[in-house]
Design a protein around this ligand. Structure first.
Ligand code: DGY
Length: 329
């Protein structure tokens, strides 16, 4: 005999609006609360909206902490469209039996492109020069006009040699004849080092001392809080560039501003900030600094792919299948 009472459809919160055609796929299996105005919910609004939900589509702007989880006893899956998941208390989710998924791989090449764009823009003073021109200050040309540092043929130190770090290393060695150093929790295999432009492992202090440009491409964790502080900045070569496409909390921002003012750090290119969307006023006032609002993965095809993967993960878990890309154990 068939059960006459079909099991009720799961309830899902699509916490942000993005690519309605992709998010609409959720409507086929769940009762979805959408956010067509794309409001960024306050923590208490988010808690109230999630209180009766089984699943959630979120971005890096939605913080999932223990307090919120305590109010959401029915949650089964949280799917973030980002590769980073430091905005989610994964341990607390696991204790509550909630599956957490993220969106690796699909953004690797696009994010690596942007890391390189920031490196080039900062080292070659692109946005600073543009601001000068737009302000009507270009009245004469001079030999050292916005002269910066060379990128080609220089030494790039990559901190965080995951998928994105390796994609940057390939661009650096293959396209710009750079010598690539890297620091990572685990050393890569010889084959992987070869594929990453012949990248050579260094202890962090040695990488900082040897690199003309240092690029951070690692996730945030409490262990990595202010990984680059006053001591590390002092170890960097005079005139070196610092680029961050990882997470804001990796750099002590006021200390970086001090070193930019002193000229010890030649330039900085930052896409992520400790208190984003607020940016530390010291950084806003710092010279030779390119600041962008967390857009390294923001090409339309890649953002679509990230949202699609997040939706596929939600659908899989809600339909009783294993998630495609759970966060690593
Ligand atoms: C990510 O996917 O983690 C990017 O930083 C966008 O938040």
């Amino acid at each position: 005999m068939t059960d006459p009472t079909p099991s009720p459809r799961p309830r899902v919160l699509a916490a942000r609006a993005a690519f309605a055609d992709i998010l609409a796929q959720l409507d086929t299996v769940a009762d979805v609360t959408h956010n067509p105005e794309d409001r960024v919910y306050t923590p208490s609004e988010l808690r109230a909206l999630l209180a009766d939900k089984h699943g959630a589509f979120i971005t890096a702007s939605e913080r999932i902490d223990r307090e919120l989880l305590a109010a959401c006893p029915q949650l089964r899956v949280i799917s973030t469209m980002t590769v980073g998941y430091d905005h989610i208390d994964v341990a607390a989710c696991r204790q509550q039996g909630i599956v957490v998924t993220h969106a690796p791989d699909v953004l690797t090449e696009t994010t690596a492109d942007f890391g390189f764009a920031l490196l080039l823009a900062a080292a070659r003073r692109v946005t600073e020069a543009e601001r000068h021109l737009r302000a009507g200050q270009w009245t004469r040309w001079s030999v050292d006009f916005f002269a910066g540092a060379d990128v080609h043929g220089s030494v790039l130190g990559i901190v965080g040699m995951g998928r994105i770090g390796q994609a940057i290393a390939r661009r650096a060695a293959g396209g710009f004849a750079m010598r690539v150093l890297y620091h990572n929790r685990h050393r890569l295999s010889a084959e992987a080092e070869q594929a990453a432009g012949g990248a050579q492992y260094r202890a962090l202090d040695d990488l900082l001392a040897e690199s003309d440009h240092v690029l951070l491409a690692l996730p945030y964790s409490p262990d990595a809080h202010h990984l680059i502080g006053a001591k590390q900045l002092a170890r960097m070569k005079p005139g070196a560039t610092l680029v961050n496409i990882g997470r804001g909390g990796l750099i002590d921002e006021p200390e970086l501003a001090v070193e930019l003012h002193s000229g010890h750090i030649g330039a900085a290119g930052l896409d992520v900030f400790e208190g984003e969307p607020k940016v530390h006023p010291a950084l806003l006032a710092a010279p030779r600094t390119v600041l962008t609002p967390h857009i390294a993965s923001a090409s339309i095809p890649t953002r679509r792919a990230m949202v699609q993967l997040a939706v596929d993960n939600l659908l899989a878990v809600l339909q009783g299948r294993p998630p495609l890309t759970p966060v690593p154990a």
